[in-house]
Design a protein around this ligand. Structure first.
Ligand code: X2W
Length: 286
């Protein structure tokens, strides 16, 4: 038994009952391929938890489901820029990106994208690399951010083409302007735009923490935005990264049908999140 197969067995045992699994499978398999799930993978997961991610995606493919994956590369970009002597500058959570930084963003995004696609293919998972051609952008604010894109339109042709042959589209968070300039797009923002376009049944953010954490460092099971958002945002313990994430999820959910929700979990808990009533990590509802 190879590592992935044994992890899959472990994933299965993680999933509650076979009855629950079948119930969810039936529900998911009725959906149009592009409406099953968008899974956003942070760069930290590609660095620290690639094997669990590959196993979880492999499991989904084995049960006949094809999620759409969009990934970032934040920590890898930080590392490569530090090596190149580029000082990191972040404004409002976005990396200020000049021409030299953009060159690194392009290289590293592509490299990380291929790394995930190759890791999937090495385990027999069909996956398609989608590096550009999805996010049509304008420059967000050239003076403040440089070559950072604000997504105007999402082109889903290449995503749908991959899905039609049962291949997982693995999308990098690069955009391009009408004039053909490649731009840096924050991967959470790119994921949100993709979600607004496709309106998938499941929206999952995979993070190293596996959820939003409370003051004691414990994962918050669920958040009901209509009753809890203001109070949560006012909590002194809500760490600034979490605040930004919650704010973005809030803004996203306000633009989606009221029944939508967003899950934040870890790669090894993805199946549990998708196939059990209890789920895993943090579930955010409107
Ligand atoms: C991000 C893109 C990568 C990203 C950056 O340069 O870091 C902007 O800030 P994670 O790993 O998902 O954070 N872009 C404009 O978002 O990656």
């Amino acid at each position: 038994m190879n590592a992935t197969r044994s992890t899959i067995v472990r994933l299965l045992s993680n999933i509650g009952s076979a009855k629950e699994l079948q119930q969810y499978l039936k529900r998911f398999s009725r959906l149009d391929a592009a409406r099953f799930a968008v899974v956003k993978v942070g760069g930290a997961i590609l660095r620290d938890d690639l094997e669990a991610l590959v196993s979880s995606l492999s499991f989904l493919q084995q049960v006949g489901l094809t999620p759409i994956v969009i990934h970032g590369a934040g920590p890898q970009l930080d590392a490569r820029m530090a090596e190149a002597g580029i000082v990191k500058r972040v404004v409002d959570g976005l990396r200020v990106t000049d021409a030299a930084a953009l060159k690194i963003v392009r290289e590293v995004s592509q490299q990380q994208n291929l790394r995930l696609v190759e890791a999937l293919q090495a385990q027999g998972v069909r996956a398609t690399s989608v590096i550009t051609g999805v996010f049509e952008c304008d420059l967000l604010d050239a003076e403040r951010f440089g070559l950072v894109g604000k997504v105007g339109r999402v082109q889903t042709g290449s995503i749908r083409a991959a899905l039609s042959v049962g291949s997982i589209p693995v999308i990098a968070s690069l955009g391009e302007t009408g004039g053909g300039q490649i731009v840096n797009v924050n991967a959470d923002f790119a994921a949100n735009e993709l979600v607004k376009e496709l309106q998938p049944y499941k929206i999952v953010f995979l993070t190293g923490t596996g959820g939003l954490l409370d003051g004691g460092g414990e994962i918050i099971d669920s958040i009901n935005l209509s009753t809890e958002y203001e109070a949560l945002m006012a909590q002194p313990w809500l760490h600034s990264g979490m605040k930004l994430k919650l704010e973005q999820i809030h803004d996203l959910l306000m633009q989606l049908p009221p029944s939508s929700s967003v899950s934040i979990t870890r790669p090894d808990n993805l199946a549990k999140e998708l196939f059990t009533h209890r789920g895993s990590g943090t579930l955010v509802r409107r």
